[in-house]
Design a protein around this ligand. Structure first.
Ligand code: NAD
Length: 353
């Protein structure tokens, strides 16, 4: 079966080819899916896309007109696709519900340690043979209170690492997970979590209830000098309010793997462009902000998992079966002003944007 693969990069293409094992013919482009590139998929009924791809209603309309009937998302998150429009068009969509949660949890910890122990500064000082320690003091994670927002697969993996550090753990999640409680995680309200935590790590999906979950009021609640980690989705944090909280020295720092306006920025080479996004430039210039460009998933294990489930989703489509990772819109909400529930075929029920 032929599949057109958007946003295929040197880091994930070999994993996809390996997983396809010649059962599927994959045609790759490095380019993102946009209204302007949708025509590349003409002649394909199946495409595979990543988080930077634009799967908004106008793009889906164009893809449908060209014959696309199935979209395999190479990601767990599906906030970048208009599932309601896809359902209206009859385009079926599957995602990668699960792949190494350790990749993202470990990256969150790596960022925290790098910022806290000032490893970037230490490396720069080492390079110029300045061996003074005056600017490099950090703090122990041991004994600190860590707040985890979202205790699903990644939040739980993060909690397990924090157990090893000897941290006290708080969490908020509309669903209380037994495994988290068994680790000693105490479920509290968002306000209590923010007021008590020295470190706050976001591990919930972006949807209509979590957009700007952390805005001015929540930054006010946050403990003075606390650190925020966001490896989830940029728009869960109100960027301008985060900048203000940092400028006012309300919070002590931020580790950001995602950014509200990362589309068109991350995953691309911008060495020869003048970046115009003032908020991004401001955040990047702050000594107490550490940025990575949406790379938390970037381990061999995660890439193998993503590729294998993506190819499994293609197998299901080819054989005429419904993938267990298919996403669908609750039919009873169609045409209603209320946003319908979006479910995957498994047991987890979440709300879409
Ligand atoms: P998951 O579905 O296993 O867990 C998400 C948890 O968040 C669930 O327990 C859910 O109940 C909870 N939640 C939902 N709304 C909430 C709210 N308002 N407040 C608190 N908790 C809430 O998902 P996961 O696999 O752990 O992934 C979490 C997120 O991580 C994804 O949605 C995605 O946005 C992000 N992610 C980022 C990367 C990266 O490379 N940076 C990679 C994969 C996933």
């Amino acid at each position: 079966m032929k599949t057109f693969v958007y946003s295929a990069h040197a880091y994930d293409r070999p994993f996809l080819e390996q997983a396809a094992r010649k059962r599927h013919q994959l045609v790759f482009t490095e380019e993102k899916l946009t209204l302007a590139t949708a025509h590349y998929a003409a002649g394909f009924d199946v495409i595979a896309v990543f988080t930077a791809d634009d799967c908004s209603a106008p793009v889906l309309d164009k893809l449908y007109m060209q014959g696309v009937r199935y979209i395999a998302l190479r990601s767990a998150g599906y906030d970048h696709i208009d599932l309601h429009r896809a359902a209206e068009l009859g385009i079926r969509v599957a995602h990668v519900r699960e792949y190494s949660p350790y990749s993202i949890a470990e990256h969150a910890v790596a960022m925290l340690m790098m910022l806290n122990r000032k490893l970037l500064d230490a490396q720069l000082l080492m390079e110029v043979q300045d061996f003074r320690l005056d600017t490099l003091t950090g703090f122990d994670i041991h004994g600190k209170t860590v707040g985890i927002i979202g205790t699903g697969k990644i939040g739980l993996a993060f909690a397990r690492i924090m157990v090893g550090f000897g941290a006290t753990m708080l969490a908020c999640d509309p669903v209380q997970h037994q495994e988290a409680s068994a680790l000693g995680v105490q479920y509290v309200s968002l306000e209590e979590l923010l007021r008590r935590s020295d470190i706050v790590s976001l591990h919930c999906p972006l949807n209509e209830t979590t957009r700007y979950l952390l805005s001015a009021k929540q930054f006010e609640w946050m403990k003075d000098n606390s650190i925020l980690i966001n490896t989830s989705r940029g728009a869960i944090v109100h960027t301008k309010d985060l900048i203000k909280a940092l400028e006012d020295k309300k919070i002590g720092g931020a580790c950001l793997d995602v950014y509200e306006r990362e589309k068109g920025l991350f995953f691309e080479d911008h060495r020869n462009t003048v970046i115009q996004d003032e908020d991004f430039l401001k955040l990047r210039s702050m000594k107490n902000v550490l940025f990575t460009g949406h790379q938390a998933f970037l381990t061999r294990e995660a890439l193998t998992g993503i590729a294998e489930i993506t190819i499994q989703n293609l197998d299901y489509w080819q054989l005429g079966y419904k993938s267990p990772y298919e996403l669908h819109v609750n039919e009873s909400f169609r045409g209603s002003a209320i946003k319908p529930k979006v479910e995957d075929s498994g047991s987890i029920t979440v709300r879409s944007i």
